[in-house]
Structure formats: structure tokens, C-alpha cells
Design a protein around this ligand. Structure first.
Ligand code: ADP
Length: 259
């Protein structure tokens, strides 16, 4: 898009002509707005019934367990696990809507970064089948940030590290503090990312297609959301990767001293 094409033609201070590009941009903006509005309404409408089904599934599971119907209870537990996946997908769609409309809120508090990362990693270790999540922590001290959102970013990175390294059995999560910043990195030994796709993976809905042997499920939103969260926390996110060898996703955020 060429800036000069949209500039008005000035004659004696009068606008005599305004070229078409401006209209195209307005149309694009309107289409984007309608898309965001649809995404917002659809994800909100999906959330309500899913929340309700989940509540019923949990009650049903508990009832079946009490009655000694273990097989049936196990099936309901599987339903519940799938409902969690659905809830997370809907949560991602809602987050994208919030980010795109500038309505994402941050609830900042002081907390010890290593403690929060440790808890999130332990939680994820329960659901990881073959991968061992190795923690390599340097002293981070306290940071002033949104605990939940930082946990969400880490969950996204570790879940991806596991998902995109189906033949590896290790993911390394490291933290470091340098002067006024803390850096967190998540290293995997998986499929890696082709050089020309490295920047694109942070775009919304962008996915590198799977390998011949594997297809990987997903919407292509986790990294977009994570990057936007970190940007809004005053930090930045990047990736080092070698195709076929593995990737290291890192983010750094300011760690201002407590006053
Ligand atoms: P999703 O995993 O749902 O597709 P993400 O936004 O988390 O969405 O990631 C976008 C894309 O970036 C993925 O589809 C995948 O191609 C690539 N990607 C993300 N993390 C990794 C990783 N650890 N290793 C290799 N590729 C990755």
C-alpha cells in the first residue's frame, strides 16, 4: 500500500481530490471489525453451554463413582477432559477478541517469578505423558506483573514444546535475571521451525503445516496471544530454532525493583 496514493490533492489549501485507497482501508477496517465482533459473539455463546455441560459432567462423574460404577465414571472423566480442551479453545478465541478490541485487562501484583513458574510446570507435568519437564532456575526475585497471564504464556509455550516434539522426552524451562529484566526460556528437541516461518508463528491463526508423519491439532492462536500479553507487559518474545532439531521460545519482561 502506497502512502502517497491516499494523500489528498491540495490546491490553494482546498482538497480537490481524494484517491480511492482511503475507502479500501476503511472497508478493510470494517471487515476486520465485523470479524472480531463475530468472533466475540460466537465464542461467548459457545462458552455458556460448555460451562453448563461441564458442571453436569462433574456431578454425574461424582455420582457414578459413589455408586461404584467405575467404568462409567471413567468415561465421564474422559468427557470432562475433552470439555477442558473445548473450554481452552473458547478461552483463546475470547482472548483474541479482547486483545483486538483493546479490552484485555491486567491484574498486576508483586510475585516471585520462579515460584509461579514452578507451580505451573508441576501442574503440566501431571498431564505430560513421556516428557520430563526439567527446571533450570536462576534467581529471578519478585516481579510486578499479572500472575495468571504469565502462567498462561508459560502454559502455552510448554504445551507447544511437548506437542511439537513427539519423539523427544525432555523440555527444559529456564529462568535468568539480568539487571532490570528477567528472561524465561522453554527449550524443546522437536520438529523445529523453518527459518522463513519464525516470525510468522506469532501472527494470529498462523500455523506451519505438520510433517509427513504427523499432524498437530490447534487453532494457531496460542503464540499470538502469548506475544501480545508479553508486549503489553512491556516485554518481548522471540524464538531460536533449527528445523529438525528443536526450538527455544524465550520472553523477557522488565523486573523493576520494589520501591
Ligand atoms: P497452535 O499450536 O494451536 O497451532 P500456536 O500459536 O501456539 O498455535 O503456534 C503457531 C504455530 O507455530 C504452530 O502451528 C506450529 O507450526 C508453530 N510452533 C509453535 N510452537 C512450536 C514448537 N515448540 N516447535 C515447532 N513449531 C512450533
Amino acid at each position: 500500500w502506497h502512502l502517497a496514493r491516499a494523500l489528498p490533492f491540495i490546491n490553494d489549501g482546498q482538497i480537490v481530490k481524494w484517491f480511492g485507497t482511503n475507502t479500501d482501508i476503511n472497508e478493510q477496517k470494517e471487515m476486520q471489525r465485523q470479524k472480531d465482533e463475530f468472533l466475540g459473539i460466537a465464542s461467548h455463546e459457545l462458552k455458556t453451554p460448555v460451562t453448563s455441560i461441564k458442571a453436569y459432567a462433574q456431578v454425574l462423574g461424582a455420582m457414578l463413582s459413589q455408586e461404584g460404577e467405575d467404568k462409567k465414571a471413567a468415561m465421564v472423566m474422559k468427557m470432562d477432559a475433552q470439555l477442558n480442551r473445548l473450554t481452552n479453545l473458547i478461552g483463546d478465541l475470547l482472548d483474541v477478541t479482547k486483545i483486538n478490541s483493546g479490552k484485555i485487562l491486567f491484574n498486576k501484583v508483586w510475585f516471585n517469578l520462579n515460584e509461579v513458574i514452578h507451580d505451573v510446570v508441576l501442574d503440566l507435568q501431571h498431564t505430560a505423558n513421556r516428557h520430563i519437564l526439567v527446571m533450570d532456575f536462576g534467581e529471578t526475585g519478585d516481579i510486578y506483573s499479572d500472575k495468571e497471564r504469565i502462567g498462561q504464556v508459560l502454559t502455552n509455550l510448554v504445551t507447544n514444546a511437548i506437542k511439537y516434539s513427539p519423539h523427544a522426552n525432555r523440555v527444559i524451562i529456564s529462568t535468568r535475571r539480568e539487571d532490570d529484566r528477567v528472561t524465561v526460556s522453554v527449550q524443546d528437541f522437536g520438529i523445529g521451525i523453518p527459518e522463513d516461518k519464525k516470525d510468522k508463528v506469532f501472527e494470529q491463526f498462523y500455523r506451519v503445516s505438520g510433517t509427513k508423519q504427523h499432524t498437530f491439532p490447534g487453532l494457531g492462536l496460542g503464540l499470538y496471544i502469548s506475544n501480545e500479553i508479553i508486549r503489553r507487559e512491556g516485554g518481548r518474545m522471540w524464538v531460536n530454532s533449527i528445523e529438525g532439531k528443536g526450538s527455544t521460545f524465550c520472553f523477557s519482561i522488565p523486573a523493576t525493583l520494589k520501591s
